[in-house]
Design a protein around this ligand. Structure first.
Ligand SMILES: Cc1cc2nc3c(=O)[nH]c(=O)nc-3n(C[C@H](O)[C@H](O)[C@H](O)COP(=O)(O)OP(=O)(O)OC[C@H]3O[C@@H](n4cnc5c(N)ncnc54)[C@H](O)[C@@H]3O)c2cc1C
Length: 642
């Protein structure tokens, strides 16, 4: 597998504009001769579809949901970063670049991160022009708030519904193109395979979720915008339909998968409260602007928070990290919460929670001001927990939230399969082992609105390809393989459920294996044990999974079974990747790699690379390749937030 990142040469600040200039273009009149498939309608996919169609390409767009605007992106709460420096507090493109590359623990490409910071400002202009209702100051200028790991206020937001408002903007742009006939929209289709003709990505195979029909579609270029794989852990803050299937199928057809063990753990989620829970809910990081994190000083103190006086409380983040306080990056906040709970100071019934307290902010600014900023989050919290954060502190605990691993892509966002592009959370993040917030939305929209069209034009302008009709042998083979796989998933359905296991039961077992051994803290021994146990769970799945019904109609158990089967395969490269990376970085503490103060310790000498996995065959272990990272413009420093 060849990994050519195709990073342009020249000064950092000029790379993107030089690249755009040197890339080939497709004449507007010729664009209508090309067909592009976009899978996914989150922020990345919807913005890419709209942009490419606006430019004149014929686009076919696919998503699992009944409406493109129900993609997972709608759940994003806190905000999106941009280097506008509206607050005049010292921000700049270079500072956003620096904070993002540092926040990604120097495990990202400088050129990609700089481009991201550069494009961030255009995103805000584009979205404002679309009518996205970002929060504004009294005088009418756009408001900003602070997010963890940054000392400037650069996060643009729309209360706690930033993702929803941004997605409505992208959805409007997409709808305009659907109406204009330039985008053909296929909802309720799940991509099950990518089709290669002469080594180039030329189509996809999908299952119609409503009728069960397996169909194939051909194109000149295929773009995957299928989101992240946090649901491998069973419990996560992701939407229930988020999955790894499209990316995993592409991987099995030859696309390298980068840094699969890079998972962001978010410190402020509503804690797990029972065995039958199927989903976790995020409480936005923005709450840490005003909420103070604390636990009782004494282990086992079970008093109601209102009965615990100030002197018996430990505001451990403020005490330990005075310069960042409650706004330390996500990994630091998460690890410290776990540490407090492991020391017996956790609160609530399970002891796996810490307090996030708004009492002081309410005393200082008044209820009305606090509700203006966080009203919908308070309401959501109260609905789920039946406790009012205006009256008693929230309880929070870290949870799986966002995945930085994904399909390896070059500077043009192309995977190792020619003609197959990956954008948004589906690719391996521009921001490396990211521990910060508000950068995922930025990347999704940068990729979709501003980068992918340049890449597609260059690819089409420089590549010769055969004319096809979608009836060639690779399409037929792919369809048959997908149908065979569906039959395999249904093979245990006869004879009823007795003695068998549900999809969720097996998914939970996988989730526990990953959370316990490949979660926030990892060590060699546990990872090796997990690698041994994984094939047993996989075997159990194929021997005992019970999928009621058949494949010829809506069957949600079948959909979930297919996704879990892929998670079970994918988990192997997650664990192998975590095992191979013998350093702490990003959100992961590798227990063998700590400073004397028990902080995460990177190993730049041995791990300054992107780890890229190649699928060899079902009988052989995956192969590890490395893309070495050079730092020409910043000097990697050990992190300190004290
Ligand atoms: C609760 C929550 C809050 C967040 N808040 C923030 C925030 O404030 N700021 C920030 O920067 N980031 C935030 N994030 C992260 C951010 O929301 C995501 O990274 C981002 O929205 C991903 O966008 P996307 O377009 O790449 O994918 P998604 O929005 O996940 O969209 C994926 C699309 O692909 C489709 N799809 C998937 N698989 C298939 C398949 N096999 N076949 C067909 N279609 C498929 C889906 O139907 C969907 O349309 C948050 C994440 C969570 C979970």
């Amino acid at each position: 597998m060849e990994l050519n990142s195709r990073v342009p040469s020249g000064p950092l600040a000029d790379k993107w504009s030089n690249h755009r200039f040197s890339n080939k273009l497709v004449n507007p009149a010729n664009r209508r001769k090309y067909k592009v498939i976009v899978v996914g309608t989150g922020l990345a996919g919807a913005s890419a579809s709209a942009t490419l169609a606006e430019q004149g390409y014929n686009v076919q767009t696919f998503c699992i949901q009944d409406s493109p605007r129900r993609a997972h992106s709608i759940a994003a709460q806190g905000g999106i970063n941009a280097a506008k420096n509206y607050q005049n507090d010292g921000d700049s493109i270079h500072r956003l670049f620096y904070d993002t590359i540092k926040g990604g623990d120097f495990r990202a490409r400088e050129a990609n991160v700089y481009r991201l910071a550069e494009v961030s400002n255009e995103i805000i202009d584009q979205c404002v022009a679309q009518g996205v209702p970002f929060a504004r100051e009294y005088g009418g200028t756009l408001a900003n708030r602070s997010f963890g790991g940054a000392q400037v206020s650069r996060t643009f937001y729309a209360r706690g519904q930033t993702g929803q408002q941004l997605l409505l903007g992208a959805y409007s742009a997409l709808s305009r193109q659907i109406h204009a006939g330039k985008v053909e929209m296929f909802t309720r289709r799940e991509m099950m395979d990518v089709v290669l003709v002469d080594g180039q990505a030329r189509g996809i195979t999908t299952r119609n979720i409503m009728t069960g029909e397996v169909e194939t579609f051909w194109a000149d270029v295929v773009i995957l915008a299928t989101g992240g794989y946090g649901n491998a852990y069973f419990l996560s803050t992701n939407a229930m339909a988020s999955n790894v299937t499209a990316a995993w199928r592409a991987h099995k057809k030859g696309a390298g998968f980068a840094n699969p063990s890079f998972v962001q753990i978010h410190p402020t989620c509503i804690p797990v409260h029972g065995d039958y829970q199927s989903k976790l809910t995020l409480m936005s990081e923005s709450l840490r602007n005003d909420g103070r994190v604390w636990v009782p000083k004494n282990p086992g103190d079970k008093r109601h928070p209102s009965e615990i006086p100030e002197e018996d409380r430990d505001y451990y983040l403020e005490n330990k990290y005075p310069s960042f306080g409650n706004l330390v990056p996500r990994d630091v906040a998460s690890r410290n919460a776990k540490e407090q709970c492991d020391a017996g100071k956790g609160v609530g019934n399970t002891g796996l929670a810490v307090y996030l307290d708004f009492a002081e902010a309410i005393r200082r600014d008044g209820e009305e001001t606090i509700l203006k900023k966080y009203g919908n989050l308070f309401q959501m919290y109260e609905k789920i927990t039946d406790s009012n954060p205006l009256v008693e502190p929230m309880m929070i605990y870290p949870a799986v939230h966002y995945t930085m691993g994904g399909l390896w892509v070059d500077y043009d966002l192309m995977t190792t399969i020619p003609g197959l592009f990956a954008i948004g959370e589906c690719n391996f993040s521009d921001h490396g082992a990211n521990r910060l917030g508000a950068s995922a939305l930025m990347q999704g929209l940068a990729d979709g609105y501003f980068i992918i069209a340049t890449s597609v034009a260059h690819y089409l302008g420089t590549t010769s390809m055969e004319k096809i009709s979608g009836t060639e042998a690779p399409f037929k083979d792919s369809k048959r393989e997908v149908e065979d796989r569906i039959d395999m998933l249904l093979k245990n359905s006869s004879g009823g459920p007795a003695g068998k296991l549900t999809v969720d039961e097996i998914h939970k077992e996988l989730g526990r294996l990953l959370w316990d051994n490949c979660g926030m803290a990892r060590n060699k021994e546990d990872l090796e044990k997990a690698l041994e146990e994984l094939p047993e769970i996989r075997q159990k799945f194929w021997d005992y999974v019970y999928v009621p019904g058949d494949g010829k109609a809506l069957n949600q158990s079948l959909e979930r079974a297919g996704r879990v089967a892929d998670f079970l395969e994918f988990a192997e490269i997650m664990i192998r990747d975590a095992l191979a990376r013998e350093e702490s970085c990003g959100c992961h503490l590798r227990e063998e790699s700590q400073t004397e103060e028990n902080e995460a310790k990177r190993d730049d000498e041995n791990f300054m690379h992107v780890a890229v996995w190649e699928h060899v065959s079902s009988d052989e272990p995956p192969k590890l390749h490395k893309e070495m990272l050079d730092f020409e413009f910043v000097t990697p420093s050990q992190r300190s937030y004290k």
